[in-house]
Design a binder for this molecule. Structure first.
Ligand code: ZN
Length: 148
């Protein structure tokens, strides 16, 4: 048996056992209570899909800024009640060791907020994906020699 075939074989056995336990639960009518955890390979597949379905992402943090201009007598320099210009939104991020700060047009703020929030979620999913990949290797490949 080749390396690939045997590792596939191992996976199939594990999946069959899981399917059997689900079937048994159904037969006894307690499917809801009998939670069969997904195999690491199933987790890898689910996470891969979640990552792909996430939508556009962007690293960084959005900050608000209020400015004072150079126009004499402008409201931003009012001696009693100065009202600064803004808010202006900036996006700051560091990627590959390089930091940037970009101005975001008002109509783009909401979308950029969504993208930076998704980035956090994306990182979380990638962490889970790596863990599931490690678990799947342990179950399907590394444990074949009985050690691990
Ligand atoms: Zn001004």
């Amino acid at each position: 048996m080749s390396y690939l075939t045997s590792s596939l074989f191992c996976g199939l056995i594990t999946d069959s056992i899981r399917m059997l336990s689900v079937t048994n639960c159904r037969l006894r009518g307690v499917e809801r209570r009998c939670l069969v955890p997904p195999s690491p390979t199933q987790k890898v597949q689910r996470l891969k899909k979640k990552i792909l379905d996430l939508g556009p992402i962007h690293p960084g943090r959005i900050t608000q800024q209020f400015n004072v201009c150079g126009t004499p007598g402008c409201r931003c320099k009012d001696p009693k009640r100065p009202r600064k210009h803004g808010p202006y939104h900036n996006l700051s991020y560091t990627f590959q060791g390089r930091s940037r700060t970009l101005f975001i047009r008002p109509e783009c703020v909401a979308e950029m907020k969504r993208r930076t929030q998704r980035y956090g979620k994306w990182r979380e999913l990638v962490e889970q994906f790596i863990q599931a990949s490690i678990d799947s290797a342990r179950e399907e490949v590394l444990s074949r020699d009985g050690k691990a």
